[in-house]
Design a protein around this ligand. Structure first.
Ligand code: UD1
Length: 391
């Protein structure tokens, strides 16, 4: 059997790593011909290469080097380049993960070449078509042959859309395989070292603002919060990003040390809106480069709370029990919400709501929860489903 797996952007890497390990385990006795294709949507070392190294993902066999662009540019160029790979390699299966542009582009291209498509993380729905990821999820699930769902709510979504039972498998959350495989390693990292290694332009910030955050931080005593933001709906307009930054500087960072690993999109936007200075000068906010997997996991394990618009972090917070404020109006991962027993609460980008939930979260204790089959063995079930389906 020949399988091509596809990755394109940061959130894909922690999903493909366990799958490739499962293929390699299987190959000690059998032989699957596996090819890894990286579309190149994320290309900075901190957004891509660092994850390959830490998560022991073998170098991609093919890199399409698509890079940044509009959605149409990214999807169109990926399709043109991926079609050539498919024609040359003629795989039995294309495995796509998640909901990024690579997921959409490669599933559509494969299906038009009559190649079977397996979608890992199928059935998530935000029901919000203003999210590009929702379009990617809907299209990918509509054409996939095998839909591997992370939770029962996703299975229900697929059923209600009329997907035949024969295509759906409930396998659990593959990202939690990566979390479980790396928990012990992450625990050993000192938080102060994460800050020292990743502090953005620390010398400049210290001179300008007269602070030395990495030296003054004592993790045993100090509480810290973490924020990550990257969604266009939060960072692309001053009307939304400005009040969020004010809330962080004037309120959160007055209570707690705030660690902020910055996504490239957000970094550009903060600079463009003239907001970087205010953040850099606050003695209790530390801006960090985009973090590697282990560093982020370590912060999540120690944080008093996390504010985020990332889907993956919502899931990791649920398993680790970290109180999580999700700065979105909706989520495709309702299983992570407190209403469903998870650790996260939707707060949108209304400061009044964020403030209220922030106050509540401060007094909340860390309560780990494990949704069904988020047990670290999902990748094996994914591969089993493909093998049972056959060539
Ligand atoms: C993409 C995914 C999103 C995912 C996110 C995680 C889609 C539609 N979106 O959004 O679902 O949550 O990845 O990061 O696929 N840039 C760099 N270096 C890089 C990559 C990007 O500087 O290595 C900058 C570029 O200016 C680029 C911008 O970040 O234009 C946005 O990157 P892009 O790949 O378009 O989308 P993300 O916002 O990262």
């Amino acid at each position: 059997m020949k399988i091509i797996s596809v990755v394109g952007a940061r959130p894909n890497f922690m999903k493909i790593s366990p799958f490739i390990k499962a293929v390699n385990n299987h190959n000690t006795q059998h032989s699957i011909n596996h090819i890894l294709v990286h579309t190149g949507q994320h290309y900075d070392d901190s957004m891509s290469k660092a994850f390959f190294e830490e998560l022991e993902i073998p170098e991609a066999d093919v890199n399409l080097k698509i890079g940044s662009g509009t959605h149409a540019e990214q999807v169109g160029q990926t399709m043109i380049a991926f079609e050539k790979v498919l024609k040359a390699e003629k795989p039995d299966w294309v495995v796509v993960v998640g909901d990024v542009n690579a997921t959409l582009a490669c599933s559509v291209t494969a299906k038009k070449e009559w190649i079977k498509v397996c979608h890992i993380e199928a059935g998530l729905r935000s029901h919000d078509l203003t999210m590009p990821e929702e379009i990617n999820r809907l299209v990918t699930d509509r054409i996939s042959d095998l839909l591997l769902a992370p939770d029962n709510l996703s299975v229900e979504n697929l059923r209600s859309e009329g997907v035949p039972e024969s295509k759906i498998r409930f396998v659990g959350n593959i990202m939690i395989d990566t979390l479980e495989a790396n928990r012990v390693k992450a625990e050993k990292i000192e938080i102060v070292d994460i800050i020292k290694r990743n502090n953005i332009d620390s010398r400049l910030m210290m001179q300008d603002a007269g602070k030395s955050p990495a030296n003054s931080f004592e993790p045993e005593r100090d509480d810290f919060a973490v924020i990550t933001l990257h969604r266009p709906s939060n960072v692309d307009s001053m009307e939304v990003l400005g009040p969020i930054v004010n809330f962080l500087t004037d309120e959160v960072a007055e209570d707690l040390l705030l660690l902020w690993p910055i996504h490239p999109r957000t970094k550009k936007m903060l600079a463009g809106f003239g907001l970087s200075e205010k953040i850099a000068q606050h003695k209790n906010i530390i801006l960090l480069e985009p973090l590697g997997y282990l560093d982020m996991l370590r912060l999540n394990m120690g944080a008093r709370l996390i504010l985020t618009d990332s889907g993956g972090l919502q899931e990791e917070c649920t398993v680790l029990g970290t109180p999580c404020l999700t700065l979105r109006r909706n989520t495709e991962r309702p299983v992570t919400l407190r209403d469903h027993g998870g650790a996260s609460v939707l707060v949108g980008n209304n400061i009044g709501v964020i403030r209220e939930e922030y106050r509540k979260a401060l007094s909340r204790r860390r309560t780990p929860v494990r949704p069904e089959l988020w047990d670290g063995n999902t990748a094996e079930r994914c591969l089993k489903a493909i093998l049972e389906y056959g060539q």
